[in-house]
Design a protein around this ligand. Structure first.
Ligand code: AMP
Ligand code: MG
Length: 431
């Protein structure tokens, strides 16, 4: 029987990336770029002030003669220079006037600094003296700036310092989060090329199933796998399509499968084990789905079935997940998720699992690696993990308190507290 990593490798080698489409920035959240995005211009586009303060020319102030106590006609006061405030500029305005010696311009954060200025000294570091208005003269202000606060480039973001025109802003294979949308907007890029979202059908099989809105009669149960899998698909940015329940009957199964094969992925649950009504593998075979493997050495999830359907250009990857709810959940996270990521064009579809410190000893029973529902927490020591009370693959209740699963390999003796183990998150941390 295949190991988990062998099975994942087979799945990834059979899954192709989806086609490209244009997506507007407004709709691009969580989409994966299929081609890189280059910056069409410098950022910032002008030398801008990073603070509310006074823009000055550092070179003239630092090299000016001070022996006679004046710089260009302005008085020097000890370690400070006094300059005429010649203009006030706010963000969004700009001035063409060249800064003359002995002058300072009051600028606000984000303002294009005037030509000739190369340094901004924040308001907090200066003293402003109003000069009384004399007859027929306009109001004048003088600003006293400590010499040590003046240095070339201080509080100025130069044109192109953040990004140069033609730089790679975003590489292909990146999933777009909020900050990426801001970067696209900053550069005026209205749309991007992204992989198509995977369309995924879910078909629950089993004579015992009723819709979850109904009362199960004697011996019957509600279909809990469908809402779970549709939710997992949405969490992974796929387009889900619920196909409802198929009875364990050749004709009913066949028509459900035919419908599902029109999607990029078909996910069935139930009917893949060795029971006398487990008809799914035979029906998939009859529908022309090529089996890639059946069975993985793990617990839960051993009966997992995977195959591929191809017709012309169309391709559908088919997962037959075991019917037991915890098996279906774990198999989705381990096997379906990397396939969805590959289809979406993510560079690294199956990243290494996170590591967490085991907070109590764990004894593996049996010879298969166990994927056990756990509570993973982030704290002072990093990630910690506590196995939850769990009776087995039918025990969905245990997963309600879990936010992930941990892998425990069989090794004869108990796995000690403090051991670093691999974990997969199904839900948020510390939520
Ligand atoms: P199967 O894989 O068909 O042998 O089913 C294994 C177990 O999972 C049985 O106890 C089924 O009743 C249960 N089961 C199968 N499908 C579902 C489903 N959609 N929702 C909840 N439980 C299920
Ligand atoms: Mg069944």
């Amino acid at each position: 029987m295949l190991t988990v990593s062998q099975a994942i490798n087979l799945i990834l080698s059979e899954t192709h990336a989806g086609l490209n489409e244009s997506v507007s920035v407004g709709a691009a959240l969580n989409r994966v770029l299929s081609s890189p995005v280059l910056t069409p211009h410098d950022s910032p586009l002008f030398d801008k002030s990073l603070m509310d303060g006074f823009a000055v020319n550092s070179a003239s102030l630092l090299t000016a003669q001070v022996s006679d106590g004046t710089i260009s006609g302005e008085r020097t006061l000890g370690d400070s220079v006094s300059l005429n405030v010649c203009e006030t500029l706010t963000a969004g305005t700009h001035s063409e006037k060249w800064l003359s010696e002995g002058q300072a311009v009051r600028v606000m954060t984000g303002t294009a600094i005037p030509p000739g200025a190369d340094c901004v000294v924040p308001f907090e570091q200066v003293t402003v003296f109003p000069i009384e208005r004399e007859v027929d003269q306009i109001d004048r202000e003088v600003v006293s700036i400590p010499r040590r606060a003046i240095s070339k480039g201080n509080c100025v973001l130069r044109r192109g310092q953040s990004a140069r025109s033609g730089d790679v802003l975003l590489t292909a294979g990146v999933r777009l989060y909020a900050q990426h949308l801001a970067a696209l907007a900053e550069f005026g890029i209205p749309e991007i090329q992204a992989r198509r979202l995977p369309r995924c059908a879910v078909l629950a099989t089993g004579d015992e199933l009723v819709e979850y809105t109904q009362n199960p009669g004697p011996g019957r149960i509600r279909n809990s796998n469908e809402p779970m899998l549709l939710g997992q698909l949405r969490q992974n940015y796929a387009e889900p399509l619920g196909l409802g329940i198929a009875r364990d009957d050749h004709d009913v199964l066949r028509s459900g499968i035919q419908q599902g094969l029109k999607c990029d992925f078909l996910i069935l649950t139930g009917g893949v084990s060795v029971g006398i009504r487990d008809l799914v593998p035979a029906e998939l075979n009859a529908a022309g789905v090529r089996k890639v493997f059946h069975g993985v050495h793990m617990k839960p999830g051993k009966p997992l079935w995977f195959g591929v359907y191809e017709k012309g250009d169309h391709r559908c990857c088919v997962f037959g997940l075991p019917g037991n709810p915890v098996s279906a959940l774990a198999c989705f996270e381990l096997f379906v998720r990397p396939a969805l990521r590959k289809f979406s064009g993510i560079c690294n579809p199956d990243p290494l699992p996170m590591k967490a410190i085991l907070m109590e000893p764990y004894q593996v029973r049996g010879d298969r690696p166990v994927y056990h529902p756990v509570k993973i927490e982030a704290g002072d020591q990093g990630l910690t993990v506590r196995p939850l009370r769990w009776i087995g693959s039918a025990d969905l209740r245990a997963t309600v308190d879990a936010n992930g699963m941990a892998l425990f390999e069989p090794c004869g003796s108990p796995i000690a507290t403090g051991t670093c183990v691999s974990v997969w998150l199904w839900a948020g941390l510390n939520e």
